[in-house]
Design a protein around this ligand. Structure first.
Ligand SMILES: Cc1cc2nc3c(=O)[nH]c(=O)nc-3n(C[C@H](O)[C@H](O)[C@H](O)COP(=O)(O)O)c2cc1C
Length: 181
C-alpha cells in the first residue's frame, strides 16, 4: 500500500489550505493510499540561519526529513503571500534542503494552494515548483490552484467547481502512478 503525507503551508486556525489538505487526504484515502496528515505547528523551526546549523538543527527538522524520506507521496497545500510562497513553507523547505540524505528525492510531490484572490495562487505554485525542482523533487504536472477561497468549498470541505474536482482526480492519478523508481 502506498503511503502519503499531507501538509499545509498555513497554520492559521481557519486556514483554507488546511481544508484543501484534508480534501486531498480523503481523495488519496479513497484511492487506497494510507494517509498521514501533518500539522506544521508540531514541527517548530526558527528562521533558517547557517549559524544554527553548527549545533542547533531543530529536532523538528530531523523528524520531518525522516518522514519525507519514508513516504511515497507528499501533498503540500500552501497559500500565496505577495505573489510568492508563504514564509512558513519557505523556511520549512530551506531547513529540509540542508538535511542528508535528501528528503526530496524519494516521494512524488503534488502541490496546490488556495487564495482569497481569483488567480488561485498561480505565482506561488510556479515559484514553489521551481524551488522544489531545484532540490531534485519530482512534482507531478497537475497543479491545484484554487480561488476565491470563500466560494471554493462546500460545508463538507469538498471543492464545488467541476474543473477543480477533475483536477483533484487527475492529481490523485498522477501521485499514485508516478514513481521515483
Ligand atoms: C501577507 C499576506 C500576503 C498575501 N498575498 C496574497 C497574494 O499575493 N495573492 C493572493 O491571492 N492572496 C494573498 N493573500 C491572501 C491569502 O490568499 C489569504 O489570506 C488566504 O486565505 C491564506 O491562506 P489560509 O486561509 O490557508 O491561511 C495574502 C495574505 C497575507 C496575510
Amino acid at each position: 500500500m502506498k503511503t502519503a503525507l499531507t501538509l499545509s503551508g498555513s497554520i492559521r486556525k481557519e486556514s483554507y489550505n488546511r481544508v484543501l489538505q484534508q480534501h486531498m487526504g480523503r481523495a488519496l484515502t479513497a484511492a487506497g493510499v494510507e494517509v498521514t496528515e501533518l500539522d506544521l505547528t508540531d514541527f517548530p523551526m526558527p528562521i533558517f540561519n547557517e549559524d544554527l546549523e553548527v549545533d542547533s538543527v531543530p529536532e523538528a527538522t530531523v523528524k520531518l526529513a525522516e518522514l519525507w524520506r519514508s513516504h511515497d507521496i507528499i501533498f503540500i497545500a500552501t497559500p500565496e503571500y505577495n505573489g510568492g510562497v508563504s514564509p512558513l513553507m519557505v523556511n520549512t523547505i530551506t531547513w529540509l534542503s540542508r538535511q542528508k540524505p535528501s528528503p526530496f528525492r524519494h516521494a512524488v510531490f503534488g502541490i496546490g494552494g488556495v487564495s482569497s484572490g481569483k488567480y488561485g495562487t498561480i505565482w506561488n505554485l510556479s515559484h514553489l515548483r521551481d524551488s522544489l525542482s531545484k532540490v531534485g523533487t519530482l512534482v507531478v504536472p497537475t497543479l491545484l490552484g484554487i480561488g476565491p477561497a470563500d466560494q471554493a468549498f462546500d460545508e463538507k470541505g469538498d471543492p464545488v467547481e467541476p474543473a477543480i474536482i477533475r483536477k483533484v482526480e487527475q492529481m490523485v492519478h498522477e501521485l499514485t502512478h508516478f514513481s521515483r523508481g
